[in-house]
Design a binder for this molecule. Sequence first.
Ligand SMILES: [Cu+2]
Length: 198
Amino acid sequence: MEPETLTQPPESDALACDILSRRAAQVHIYNRFPQTLKEYGLKTSANILSLAMLLGMSPLAAVAADLDIKDPWVRGTVSGQQATGAFMEITSKSGAVLVGAASPAAGVSEIHEMKMDGGVMKMRAIPRLDLPAGKPVVLGPGGYHVMLMSLKQPLKKGDTVPLTLQVEGKDKQVESIKVEAKVRDLTASAAPATEPKH
Ligand SMILES: [Cu+2]
């Protein structure tokens, strides 16, 4: 069963999400650039930071190395559908926080949670999703997910959707983590723990 479609048609999801999108866009701007220059033994002066950005340097991936991201996938869509969900399982070794998401496939990407509220399953955007040390956090249908909205084209089974996750490490520095999510069938309802073995 898919709670998202039980309570609201996709159109109203997209509408509700569009209202929230401006704040999310702001967060994305602030969180876009990783700032872990001290890994290089450098002072994080504004000049060095700008230079690194200018050169497109990617500071050492402290958060990336800390994360284990399993089985990222996106639910496929039909023509005209505005929104869908991206799912995965994230484990941080030392503890981190998911603070944003982006994808070139979507005009707007947000972190959402689904919760029962007065007997009704409701979905809302959350600014931060805690990734406690050593504890797998499941983003799955009916729970947390990355909401992809204002989709630029239908997503077909077998396609790959690039995602960028903004993750804040223990040192409060935010890094962009690239993830390639496979598109699954529209009717896919849950992520298997592992890919089927042949
Ligand atoms: Cu959502």
